[in-house]
Design a binder for this molecule. Structure first.
Ligand SMILES: [Zn+2]
Length: 75
């Protein structure tokens, strides 16, 4: 939880918007328009990469974590 700091994570129970993610074009439901959780995670990772200390591959899909699983765990 605290890993995300002040970034608010959508709770599907409160989702009142359904839209297409502007980044990956997946259909998502969330309280606010913006990148889906997957894209947020990727943006978060790329920000770390910009820090320069951590070496990461260009793109590593996190197959063991789905947006739903994360949201349910967060609830
Ligand atoms: Zn997305």
């Amino acid at each position: 939880m605290s890993e995300f700091g002040s970034v608010e994570i959508e709770d599907p129970g409160d989702a009142d918007l359904t839209f297409t993610c502007p980044r990956c074009s997946n259909e998502v439901s969330a309280r606010y328009y913006g990148p889906c959780l997957d894209c947020r995670q990727q943006l978060h990772d790329s920000q770390h990469r910009d820090g320069g200390d951590v070496e990461v591959p260009e793109y590593v899909p996190k197959m063991n974590v789905t947006p739903n699983a994360v949201a349910l765990k967060d609830d």
